[in-house]
Design a protein around this ligand. Structure first.
Ligand SMILES: [Mn+2]
Length: 341
């Protein structure tokens, strides 16, 4: 049973072709049934084990996940599109083991784009760069329940276009406090002429994505994120902390180290991230709503909702004008705690 029926994503995209008539080959012998072949914008995507249950509680299958990504492709691509993505794979579903896979599988359709990323170790890996709904469907077939993009675009791997504010509540901190801190972040950003786009993190917190010009190094952006974290702490010392050491933290930790090079975070419309139904055009109002417990796959946002909810509005917000950009505003003398955790 599909949680929704339409594959239509936006008005100007062609409708996705219906799956071919199911050929339930009895010789397959696989629990998920014979492979489905979908045609997405003219590209054929094979879905192996389409009936395999990835979300046992709701009963959603891999084919449901593929359909979900097709339905939210517009929003999901605004978050993860055009960027190298680490694949976060859950081959046995949401309750099973998952692993991070940087290297794109060698056996992939020719239309799946990759870009080579160099790591400090000197090694490199070709990471997937999704640019269209078909690529998302292909990722879904590999049971990527999350999209984990780098904060850079594939055509410039050295200059992030996103500063990511990661709000991590320490254990016991309520959701209400997380969104109060998000409001403080909004205020701090606003004074700098920057716009933040909040989204749920997929765990207990919130991410605020700030699009910036591609002018600064990872180190500079991270330094700006640290300065912002300290500013937030200064504004709301009882609610938020920028302390790196866990034993010194209280309230909501503003995790500036998510801006370290090679760090990726779950992007908007990840298959398992709570999708908030926004009723307002302001992302900050969306962040104020109570946390929905509705599993995202049962309520994929309509395209109009998707446009209204925060992360999908990113593209219209970027790029930032040059006048006041975060990293120009803080001195380079701000000392940097050690990276890593
Ligand atoms: Mn976090």
């Amino acid at each position: 049973m599909a949680p929704f029926t339409s594959f239509r994503v936006t008005g100007d995209r062609p409708k996705y072709s219906s799956p071919m008539p199911r050929s339930r080959s009895s010789s397959s012998g696989q629990p998920g049934g014979a492979a489905e072949r979908l045609v997405v914008d003219g590209r054929e995507v094979a879905v192996s084990n389409p009936g395999k249950v990835l979300f046992p509680e709701a009963g959603h299958t891999k084919l449901d996940l593929v359909r979900y990504y097709l339905a939210v492709a517009d929003g999901a691509l605004r978050g993860a599109g055009g960027r190298p993505n680490v694949m976060v794979r859950y081959p046995n579903g949401i309750g099973g083991e998952h692993f991070f896979q940087k290297r794109a599988p060698a056996s992939r359709p020719p239309w799946v784009e990759v870009v080579s990323i160099k790591f400090p170790s000197g090694r490199s890996a070709e990471e997937v760069v999704p640019r269209d709904a078909a690529a998302l469907a292909w990722l879904a077939n590999l049971a990527c329940l999350e999209l984990h993009p780098h904060p850079v675009r594939a055509d410039d791997l050295d200059h992030p276009d996103e500063l990511r504010v990661d709000l991590d509540p320490v254990p016991g901190v309520e959701w209400d406090q997380v969104r109060r801190v998000a409001r403080v972040v909004e205020e701090a950003l606003g004074e700098l002429g920057l716009t933040g786009w909040p989204k749920t993190s997929g765990s207990r917190g919130l991410h605020v994505i700030v699009r910036i010009e591609r002018r600064w190094s990872f180190e500079q952006v991270r330094r700006a994120a640290l300065a912002l974290a300290r500013d937030v702490e200064r504004r709301a010392p009882e609610l938020a902390t920028s302390k790196w050491w866990k034993e010194e933290r209280h309230g909501v930790f503003v995790d500036y180290n998510q801006n370290a090079k090679d760090r990726t975070v779950a992007s908007a419309y990840a298959g398992w991230v709570t999708v908030r139904e926004a009723t307002s055009t302001s992302p900050w109002d969306a962040a104020s709503e109570s946390r929905s417990s509705t599993p995202p796959l049962t309520t994929p946002p309509s395209s109009s909702t998707a446009r209204a909810s925060s992360p999908t509005s990113l593209s219209s917000a970027a790029p930032r004008p040059a006048a006041t950009s975060a990293t120009d505003l803080w001195p380079s003398s701000v000392s940097m705690p050690a990276a890593g955790r």
